[in-house]
Design a protein around this ligand. Structure first.
Ligand code: CAA
Length: 703
């Protein structure tokens, strides 16, 4: 008898309970337990039906990802599934929580499935760079039709219990106690024969031309996945459910998953999965640190950022006060929020009643006294230290002593802002990324005096509002923008030396970013950086200046998409960037003015200079303790800047190239381009001893 899987007899029904916290993953012990308890239930002649259910917060949430890459551990999941397929007695899977991946595949091999009303189920394997590998690609199309199965498998998105019932994944939904309901269901069908088995049905495709259907699916996947292979493998496997007998389909699925498990893409995506969860853990802020209640949030500044932040909290059910200096600014901010919600309603992604409820939670004001009841205040005004300090001084006067006082600054010194208050321990940076209601990243900036309860509350709050919170330290630009600065610098130097925006952006999008740096500048507005640079001292003579081309474009009124001209030109009402001969002429002229003889620049050089500039800065950030882990830097770049997830983030990507190789090339760039390329001390150290960032993180975690 196993500890994690146990058979309970309730009259003529045997309940096989899985109890493997936290998420009942299919570890070796669970697989072995399932195999043995199934045998016991089959052999017990007093049992006429079997229920498979789980203790704790969820039905089986999938294979145990920590076992991936560790070689086969007996028994394989396929053996358990084969036992389910061959069961002489009806088996009812009882699903609650999140029945995902291998968990749902186990359920699909049972004869019936009942779900609690709030259960979710899905096949998210594609998000780990693999495909359902326990028969899911062969059983699901046979159960619910090929089109619907393919959509579930290729997107990896979970569906609700109600949807599962409509699709035919669920046979019934259960109110009240799930095990009781499942037992009742099992008693009702105990004598029914033949037993329904997904594997015995044909896979139905509505479209007559299967080849054309799969071809289209493949083209769509190629477009969406930017070089990742998992979606294609999913399509290939589902195609087999139509074209091959069941057993042959299973064999193909097996071959594809083995290939996928060995891929860099899957290693990267598994890294991302665990990195995201590690980011939530702060070594010196323990799980029992008290937290502060946050129900009422105030946002200062009703501009684009402030409005977006207000929406984040209203969406999560919190009351929001939006403050600005003048009523007209408040009104304008509220109107933009209303329009944003209305656009989502028009796209049918939000109901009118939900929009009304969210809007109803946001109220505008111009009076600081109205902030007296706020649990959290987030300042999102211009990036101007004097203004921010004045505001934080006022907040000290009007806010409760235990209110969290946060700044959304993207560059300024959080400690200097904190010093403007009477309680620096309550001050923290909450750096949202634009558009705040869309981007997942939240940089949580810890000041030198920020208290642990404030840090822990902020980390938990990030999760509550659907963001990935990453704790960072104070420096110019924190983690994300500090690295972005280096990346953009190199992009502009490459343009000065011989590349054109379209070549540069293509290299970056071919690597997997959604947009290249020039198209992104056009989207964000070239004038934004131009105004910031104008306020800063010019670099000393002899030092290269990366702002030359964008400054010239901005001076000509080419601010980007909003003026239909920037690094590219744009047709009216169209956001597609088009190469512009006028820009090419400006660039050639700038090179001449800078005394640079243009040369052909290879795609390889573009990629290396853009990525290695970012990686080298990341190593400095890690060495200075601004980021706690290399994997935290990856999470920042994946969620805030569109770094391709299937590459794992910049630091993981550096590991896959090999740090010695990255380091040697950084040194070579230093020789060519000077001290901006001096390798980070930590990069040199790791390269010399053959280390990796992943190994460094693991070592530090043990200390
Ligand atoms: N294997 C191992 N550990 C897992 C796991 C899994 N499948 N799923 C979650 N965990 C761990 C997490 O790492 C975390 O551990 P720590 O507390 O040590 O950080 C813990 O369980 C709790 O996870 P979350 O913090 O994510 O908890 P949550 O309540 O927010 O979310 C969840 C729960 C929705 C199940 C989420 O964890 C999740 O999406 N898990 C992955 C599900 C998945 O991808 N399943 C498919 C696996 S691949 C597969 O099944 C292949 C196949 O075909 C056989």
């Amino acid at each position: 008898m196993s500890n994690v899987v146990q058979l309970e007899k309730r009259g003529s029904v045997g309940i096989i309970w899985v109890d493997n916290p936290p998420v009942n993953a299919l570890s070796q012990a669970v697989r072995a337990g399932l195999a043995s308890e199934l045998r016991r239930a089959f052999d017990d002649s007093a049992l006429t039906a079997i229920v498979l259910a789980c203790r704790g917060r969820t039905f089986i949430a999938g294979a145990d990802i920590t076992e991936f890459g560790k070689g086969p551990l007996e028994p394989p999941l396929q053996d358990v599934i084969r036992a389910l397929d061959a069961s002489p007695k009806p088996i009812v899977a009882a699903l609650h929580g999140t029945a995902l991946g291998g968990g749902l595949e186990v359920a699909l091999a049972c004869n019936y499935r009942v779900l609690s009303r709030d259960a979710k189920c899905g096949l998210p394997e594609v998000k780990l760079g693999i495909l359902p590998g326990a028969g899911g690609t062969q059983r699901l199309p046979r159960l619910i039709g090929v089109e619907r199965a393919l959509e579930l498998i290729v997107t990896g998105e979970p569906i609700s219990a109600a949807r599962a019932l409509t699709l035919g994944i669920a046979d019934a939904l259960v109110d009240g106690d799930l095990a009781d309901g499942a037992v009742r269901f099992a008693e009702g069908i105990a004598q029914e024969r033949p037993l329904p088995r997904a594997c015995e049905k044909p896979a139905r495709l509505s479209e007559p031309d299967a080849a054309a259907f799969f071809e289209r699916a493949e083209q769509g996947a190629l477009k969406r996945s930017r070089g990742a292979r998992a979606q294609s493998r999913c399509i290939q496997a589902v195609r087999a459910s139509v074209e091959l007998p069941f057993e042959d389909g299973l064999r193909l699925e097996r071959r594809l998953i083995e290939e996928a498990l060995d891929s860099r893409e899957s290693a990267a995506l598994r890294h991302v999965f665990f990195a995201e969860r590690k980011a939530a853990k702060i070594p010196d802020v323990s799980q029992d640190t008290p937290t502060l209640p946050v129900n009422e949030v105030a946002v200062l500044g009703a501009g684009t950022m402030g409005g977006g932040i207000a929406m984040v909290f209203a969406n999560a059910g919190m009351n929001v006060i939006l403050l600005d200096r003048e009523q007209s600014y408040v009104d304008k901010g509220l109107e933009i929020i209303r329009k944003n919600y209305a656009a989502t309603v028009a796209k049918k992604r939000l109901s009118q009643s939900e929009m009304d409820a969210r809007l109803g939670r946001i109220r505008g004001t111009t009076r600081y006294e109205d902030l007296a009841g706020a649990d959290l205040v987030i300042e999102a005004v211009f990036e101007e230290m004097a203004l921010k300090q004045e505001i934080f001084g006022k907040l000290s006067e009007v806010c409760r002593n235990d209110a969290i006082l946060a700044t959304n600054t993207s560059t300024l010194d959080v400690n200097a802002i904190a010093r403007a208050t009477s309680r620096p321990e309550q001050v923290i940076g909450l750096h949202f990324f634009s558009p705040a209601n869309v981007m997942r990243l939240l940089e949580i900036v810890r000041g030198e005096r920020t208290s642990k309860p404030v840090i822990r509350t902020s980390m938990q709050l990030a999760k509550r509002v659907g963001k990935v919170g990453v704790l960072v330290g104070v420096c110019y630009g924190f983690v994300g923008n500090r690295m972005l600065h280096q990346y953009y610098r190199e992009a502009q130097f490459l343009i000065q030396e011989g590349a054109l925006p379209q070549q540069l952006d293509k290299v970056i999008t071919d690597f997997g970013f959604a947009m290249g740096p020039c198209a992104t500048s056009d989207l964000a507005g070239i004038d934004v950086g131009w105004r910031i640079r104008k306020a800063q001292p010019k670099p000393p003579p002899g030092e290269r200046y990366s702002g030359a081309v964008p400054d010239r474009l901005a001076e000509m009124g080419r601010f980007g998409q909003k003026t239909s001209a920037g690094f590219y030109r744009y047709e009216p009402g169209n956001r597609t960037p088009l190469a512009d001969p006028e820009v090419e002429a400006i660039i050639l002229q700038m090179s001449q003015e800078l005394g640079i003889t243009r040369r052909p620049i290879s795609d390889e050089e573009i990629l290396e200079r853009c990525l290695y500039a970012m990686i080298n800065e990341g190593a400095k950030i890690l060495d200075e303790g601004i980021a706690l882990r290399a994997s935290d830097i990856d999470i920042v770049w994946l969620n805030g800047y569109g770094f391709p997830a299937h590459r794992g983030g910049p630091m993981f990507h550096a590991d896959t190239i090999g740090l010695a190789q990255v380091h040697d090339q950084v040194r070579a760039f230093e020789k060519q381009h000077g001290k901006v390329w001096t390798p980070a001390r930590l990069l040199t150290e790791l390269a010399e001893r053959g280390g990796t960032f992943v190994e460094l993180d693991a070592r530090r975690a043990q200390q």
